[in-house]
Design a binder for this molecule. Sequence first.
Ligand code: FAD
Length: 354
Amino acid sequence: MPALLQRQQGMSEKIIETDALIVGAGPVGLFQVFELGLLGVKAHVIDTMRVAGGQCTELYPDKPIYDIPGIPVCSGEELIENLMVQIEPFNPVFHLGEEVTVVEALDDDWFRVVTDNDSEFRTRTVFIAGGVGSFQPRRLRFEGIETFEDRNLFYKVRDPSRFEGKHVVILGGGDSALDWVVELAPKSNGITSIHRRDEYRGAQATVDKMMALAGEGKVEPIIGKVSGYKSDDDGITAITVEVGDEEREIPCDAVLAFYGLAPKLGPIAEWGLDINRKTINVDTEKFETSTPGIYAVGDINYYPGKKKLILSGFHEAALAAFAAKERIEPEKKVRLQYTTTSPLMHERLGIAED
Ligand code: FAD
């Protein structure tokens, strides 16, 4: 499609075409890559988070899991590391740090998928492996403050250069907050870090770096409770903070808030699918949703007897992959082949002998 026409139609400069697109890089989304790969279908994977792993990485990286078949015990992080190794032969293309906002069926049996970063895809099949939803930043709850979001109040940093030469207030005491304090400080016009406790949750090495920058006068760490904000027509002009019995006003050009993440079904609810509370109804033959060609696997789906377990999601991913292969290549019969003995499987896994 000519670039001019794309621009006129409000499309991204480059539309990525693929046979399969997976929404969610949790354990089930990753295993979906594997099952599709065995059938010769290459996938793109999109996740709101900047790292793959879903709940395993976000909620319990160090906790042991005991019910993955064949693995007596592994941590959440180890499971994800192993899945990443397992899918390596299939070279999935990851788009991390992007939320899928639009999934719509086009007239020609293709789907249009768009992210909040304006990436745009055309895909033959969509796999929603969205778990308990997309992890969204916990937002500030002061009246009217939402009007300043993406003006000079941000919950994630897309373009660090916009903070150059600015006085930035960074809220929170975890890794995200501290990483950005340290990263933005050198080119900013001063950073104020506000955290409610004098114990930081972020890595000690980053806390030490922040304190070193404080020693150089580039960062002011404040321990206190954010109590409100001041604004004018252009945006937030100051953050007010209770420090002991005193209320201080910290003038600022921009505010970055990192108060952690909470899962929300988010945009998935708007894709016209048959939703059952916060899950998507599927059949148990193909794990297909009410829209043919869109499958839902893992914690996000619902069918009678559903159990939100990783192993259930793995089974669902296998059957959904077979169904999708038939849709992508209806003229070809899809045969079940064993990875132990099939030369074709070995070729796809990159372990074929010459
Ligand atoms: P998730 O892991 O939730 O991943 C979904 C991903 O989709 C997320 O990364 C999210 O950011 C992304 N996403 C959602 N919407 C969008 C969107 N619109 N755009 C882009 N990305 C999106 N299960 C077991 O089997 N055994 C256990 O021992 C076990 N222990 C657990 C312990 C704890 C503390 C918790 C919280 C869960 C445990 N579970 C366990 C459950 C298990 O973690 C889930 O069943 C599993 O993570 C589901 O995987 P998933 O890939 O379906 O979804």
